[in-house]
Design a protein around this ligand. Structure first.
Ligand SMILES: [Zn+2]
Ligand SMILES: [Zn+2]
Length: 179
């Protein structure tokens, strides 16, 4: 998403866009690597306003993604939602790295722009990345796969857990005997 600086005034302005994953090289690369499968384009809603010496941009980004559960390996769909605030200052020419601070639920980012346009796409892609879980779970209570026989414990019952507790018990008994 590109916002024209001249269109930004001290009155809050809303902009909306639907962006294809292909417009975000980082996200497309992630999908090409098989990390996830985007099931919808990105829905982007932003408000922009000029404040003091900076431009304040608030964004809400939503996308549907298919992930593989880290416990049971099943594919499941989930909706990622990200909202963040960026304070854009006009670049003074020298390179200054973006700064980020966590303030409550919302993340605040300081960034710089040059020229007449602000390209919000890098921030959008980065915040979608942040929302991707490191260990995806199809549900909080996912029981995963049996480490012994490999069945999906969400849908199948196996006898392995009975055997395991039996083994643990006998190991404990042996331990006591040896002492
Ligand atoms: Zn699972
Ligand atoms: Zn089993």
């Amino acid at each position: 998403m590109i916002v024209r600086v001249n269109d930004i005034t001290d009155k809050v302005r809303s902009l909306a866009a639907v962006e294809a994953i292909d417009e975000h090289p980082i996200l497309k690369a992630l999908q090409d690597e098989g990390e996830c499968l985007f099931r919808s384009p990105l829905t982007v809603d932003v408000t922009v306003v000029r404040e003091y010496d900076h431009i304040r941009l608030e964004a809400d980004v939503t996308v549907v993604v298919a992930l593989n559960c880290s416990r049971c390996l099943a594919s499941y769909e989930t909706t990622l939602k990200s909202n963040f605030t960026v304070f854009y200052s006009k670049s003074t020419g020298s390179f200054v790295p973006d700064e980020e601070v966590e303030l409550g639920e919302r993340e605040l980012v300081s960034a710089y722009y040059e020229g007449e346009e602000i390209n919000v796409s890098p921030e959008i892609a980065e915040h979608v990345l942040i929302e991707l879980p490191l260990k995806p779970l199809c549900s909080e209570g996912c029981r995963g796969l049996c480490p012994s026989c490999g069945v999906d414990l969400n849908t199948t019952v196996c006898d392995c857990s009975d055997n395991r507790s039996g083994f643990a018990f006998s190991a404990l008994k042996n331990f006591k005997v040896e002492r």
